[in-house]
Write a protein that binds this ligand. Structure first.
Ligand SMILES: NC(=O)c1ccc[n+]([C@@H]2O[C@H](COP(=O)([O-])OP(=O)(O)OC[C@H]3O[C@@H](n4cnc5c(N)ncnc54)[C@H](O)[C@@H]3O)[C@@H](O)[C@H]2O)c1
Length: 344
């Protein structure tokens, strides 16, 4: 039985981590911590766990692993403390808010001989798993170009502390906006699907619409537009947005030498393979998870399975580093107005 501590008892903890641990027969929710003590206590009662009043006290308890589900800028500090205390770590995305912190987390996991997994759950979505299988089998040949999007109306209604003064809009607690919330997912996904690494990025990050309650613009990006070039020659775009009001876009379309793969792009079918010959194959794998339609992410089962048997797959911190290098490259490109080379 893997004994679990959870840090950050907000929305993602409540809708995914806690229910999925409770559902897994090999894990037991033992310890909870949140800067909002009442929230941790309420959930402790619900799950038969104990609430602690600090990260240190939680880490000193008899747990094997922690889930980190707190605000972005706290991830690295908590992960480093947990690894040093000998705990395995499942950290929500974004892994951390500087490249140095991401690299320090990977190094600390290695040094401690503990698992560091990142919650890049897009890799596990049904249509993405099927798409990977088709691409690896050569269904669209060599990927030449792509476009991916992750766009919705913003996190201010999603957070457990909703409203225009959400931490998601605050640079001090979020570091990045739509880029951290959504761009990190699709950057990682592109490399996972195509099997190539991003080596060049040009990007613009901007605030088009979101405002704090007092009417001043938020201090992180609400839209980001990136052009990515990969080491195998593939090139394409990523658009992420918090200002797609009324409709979500979670689509990825890959154009290869032998055909086109449309993922979560067709209203009827989750996956559409259009072959060079014009022949079309439809795969109805699942529906993409949206803010209003939460389904099991599979992240927790993967973490527990991997802790029990290290030969089973895991989304390791090390495997997410190339995506984080591209994301920080995008931010540098926006700042300097130049094309930035990464991962080389
Ligand atoms: N994998 C995904 O698809 C996905 C989806 C949503 C959120 N997330 C990530 O999960 C994290 C939490 O997001 P959320 O949606 O649950 O936000 P939320 O606002 O609903 O909850 C955040 C919680 O963390 C607590 N908190 C903040 N700083 C803390 C700290 N230093 N120590 C302990 N508790 C702290 C807050 O009190 C709150 O209860 C973020 O990093 C976010 O990017 C990932």
């Amino acid at each position: 039985m893997i004994r679990i501590g959870l840090i950050g008892c907000g929305k993602i903890g409540q809708v995914r981590h806690l229910p999925e641990y409770a559902d897994n027969e090999n894990s037991e929710i033992c310890a909870l911590y949140d800067i909002n003590m009442e929230r941790a206590q309420e959930l402790a009662k619900k799950y038969g766990a104990k609430a602690y009043d600090s990260v240190e006290a939680l880490l000193a308890s008899d747990i094997d692993a922690v889930s980190i589900c707190s605000a972005n800028t706290s991830h690295a500090d908590i992960a480093l403390k947990a690894l040093e205390a000998g705990k395995h770590v499942l950290c929500e995305k974004p892994m951390a808010t500087t490249l140095e912190d991401c690299e320090a987390m990977v190094a600390a996991a290695k040094k401690a001989g503990r698992v560091l997994m990142i919650g890049q759950n897009q890799r596990l979505a049904g249509a993405h798993q099927k798409a990977k299988e088709l691409i690896d089998a050569g269904a669209i040949g060599r990927v030449l170009t792509f476009r991916t999007a992750f766009c919705h109306g913003g996190p201010e209604t999603w957070s457990v502390d909703p409203g225009l003064n959400t931490w998601f809009f605050d640079k001090a607690r979020a570091a990045m906006g739509a880029m951290a919330d959504l761009g990190v997912h699709k950057t990682d996904l592109l490399q996972f699907l195509i099997g190539q690494t991003i080596t060049e990025v040009s990007a613009q990050l901007t605030v088009l619409d979101k405002k704090f309650a007092d009417g001043t613009p938020i201090t992180v990006d609400d839209n980001a537009f990136c052009v990515y070039k990969m080491d195998g020659g593939a090139m394409g775009t990523m658009t992420v947005s918090w200002t797609n009001y009324g409709a979500e876009d979670n689509s990825t379309v890959l154009f290869g030498t032998e055909g086109v793969l449309r993922i979560y792009d067709d209203p009827e079918h989750t996956l559409v393979l259009v072959k060079k010959s014009g022949e079309i194959e439809y795969y109805d794998v699942d529906q993409i998870q949206t803010n209003d339609n939460q389904t099991k992410s599979g992240v927790i089962d993967m973490f527990i399975d991997h802790l029990l048997d290290s030969s089973r797959p895991c989304i390791t911190g090390e495997s997410v580093l190339p995506a984080m290098r591209a994301v920080f490259g995008a931010i540098e490109s926006d700042r300097t107005g130049r094309v930035v080379k990464v991962n080389i």
